[in-house]
Design a protein around this ligand. Structure first.
Ligand SMILES: N[C@@H](CCC(=O)N[C@@H](CS)C(=O)NCC(=O)O)C(=O)O
Length: 215
């Protein structure tokens, strides 16, 4: 059995952060498919009892350890491998600052927006979508400005802050109804730099469940 197992599914940008990190550090890992759209497995009492009390994907299993929250998983893998690790207190805190901003306000809004627009039945309320889109535009502009002055989020070297922030950004523009890279040139250039890292793979190639089975 590979060293790591990752509970995930292809459409999850939250899980992509962990899957991508495992690939980038060259870990031996295998995905464990979570049927999110069909059986809503993550909400079952079994999943909550045995896999993750928070009822969320991703979950990383490493020996007797079971970790959830992609920010925790990224930190764990960076500390174990020594790769994508922020160096020193200032970088560590800076990376954490961006990971929290990302979880709450960048991909934390993009994920639900894409879900409501693309997968939810019935589709999301237009007023909710409009609210989220306003927040997304504002927060992507903040990230774009940040990346205008440096190659990666913390500095000139990629860290777990970058791996966190790419979460939903490689999914097709049609799923969002707008083109993030076309609208934010510094984000676009950074996405190209991230894509060039050894081990990079697209979320739909890295995790099981794409394409979605017809309902
Ligand atoms: N902050 C969490 C977010 C995890 C999350 O929200 N995952 C979604 C899937 S993309 C989920 O499992 N949602 C539970 C549900 O909708 O039942 C992380 O970064 O790991």
């Amino acid at each position: 059995m590979p060293e790591y197992q990752l509970y995930c599914f292809a459409q999850s940008g939250n899980a992509y952060r962990a899957a991508l990190m495992l690939n980038l550090i060259g870990a031996e890992w295998a995905p464990v498919f979570v049927d999110f759209f069909g059986k809503a497995e993550q909400r079952s009492p079994e999943y909550r009892g045995q896999i993750n009390e928070m009822g969320e994907v991703p979950v990383l299993v490493h020996g007797s350890r079971r970790l959830s929250q992609s920010g925790v998983i990224l930190t764990y893998l960076a500390e174990r491998s020594g790769q994508y690790l922020p160096q020193g207190d200032d970088e560590r805190l800076e990376a954490l600052r961006w990971i929290i901003f990302d979880n709450q306000k960048v991909n934390g809004f993009l994920g639900p927006y894409r879900f409501l627009r693309n997968f939810a039945k019935p589709a999301g309320d237009p007023a909710v979508l409009a609210f989220l889109k306003g927040r997304i535009d504002n927060n992507l502009a903040i990230v774009d400005k940040r990346l205008a002055a440096r190659a990666f989020v913390v500095g000139e070297r990629p860290t777990i802050a970058d791996v966190s922030l790419v979460a939903y950004l490689y999914y097709p523009a049609e799923e969002f109804g707008f083109d993030i890279a076309a609208e934010h040139r510094h984000i676009a250039a950074w996405l190209t730099r991230m894509r060039a890292l050894p081990g990079w793979a697209h979320p739909y190639d890295l995790m099981p469940g794409f394409p979605l089975a017809a309902a």
